[in-house]
Write a protein that binds this ligand. Structure first.
Ligand code: HEM
Length: 229
């Protein structure tokens, strides 16, 4: 990719993609079970959906823990800080975003590695996953726990709906679609990143120059030659 920047390391991509495939399987098998319940059919197909749901739930619970333990602690710490730190600028971003999406031409506060919309999704995804894990484990070990079943189904449906928004941003919306390569090979176009995540790109460029000071000279030279400076 021409003039690209690394957005996600291999461990970040493994974590995202293992969660992505397990959640999609859990949602599909969950919807399948609801369908057979409504039909009053407890036959072999429903039983195999239940077993798949249970096996994949173990992957969903255990694999992220192993991947976090095996990955770079510095990267996890920084992502956690960036995803959980909120300020007034984030609130301003969230209030202005719907207006800018509808009418354009509205200046949004500059975003870091994750914009406030992404932070909101990450918070919902983690909270929802925890609720699903707790209620799911109760359902696995206690016969007919009505409250746990109700919470598990409601949170599953809610998370599935929120996921539709996340998937739309990743593949449907043309402004954010270029980010899809970040979960495939880790890199995104540098110009796209500078436009959508300027605070993050600024930090990345400073890091690059701190690690390899010659980049500053090469960068300035390139700007001089292309007349961009
Ligand atoms: C078909 C399914 C999915 C697709 C296509 C997808 C796509 C993506 C992409 C492209 C990014 C990177 C965005 C960027 O570089 O700025 C991302 C980030 C992320 N994804 Fe997914 N994802 C999917 C499913 C999931 C699921 C099931 C979860 C969790 C339950 C999840 C949680 C996250 C989180 C927390 C982030 C970081 C915050 C953000 O960028 O929104 N994703 N996803």
């Amino acid at each position: 990719m021409k003039d690209s920047v690394t957005r996600f390391t291999p461990s970040e991509r493994w974590l995202h993609n293992v969660v992505m495939f397990s959640v999609l399987t859990l949602l599909l098998t969950g919807v399948g079970m609801i369908y057979f319940n409504l039909k009053g059919d407890q036959g072999a197909t429903r039983q195999s959906l239940v077993r798949t749901h249970q096996y994949v739930s173990v992957i969903f619970l255990v694999a992220p823990l192993l991947l976090v333990m095996m990955g770079n602690k510095g990267v996890w710490k920084e992502n956690l800080r960036l995803l959980t730190t909120w300020g007034w600028k984030d609130l301003e971003w969230l209030m202005k975003k719907p207006v800018s999406a509808l009418f354009g031409n509205i200046h949004l506060p500059p975003a870091d590695k994750f914009n406030p919309g992404q932070k909101t999704w990450a918070t919902l995804a983690v909270a929802g996953s925890k609720a699903l894990a707790v209620t799911g484990l109760i359902m696995w070990s206690v016969p007919s726990p009505i409250l746990a079943i109700m919470i598990h189904t409601a949170v599953g449906v809610g998370l599935g709906l929120a996921l539709l928004g996340h998937v739309f941003m990743a593949v449907g919306n043309k402004d954010t679609r270029p980010s899809i390569t970040s979960i495939i090979h880790g890199k995104v176009d540098a110009k796209w990143a500078a436009h959508h995540h300027p605070l993050w790109m600024e930090r990345q460029s400073r890091r690059r120059v701190d690690e390899r000071p010659e980049f500053a000279v090469v960068h300035l030279h390139a700007e001089y030659v292309t007349g961009k400076s």
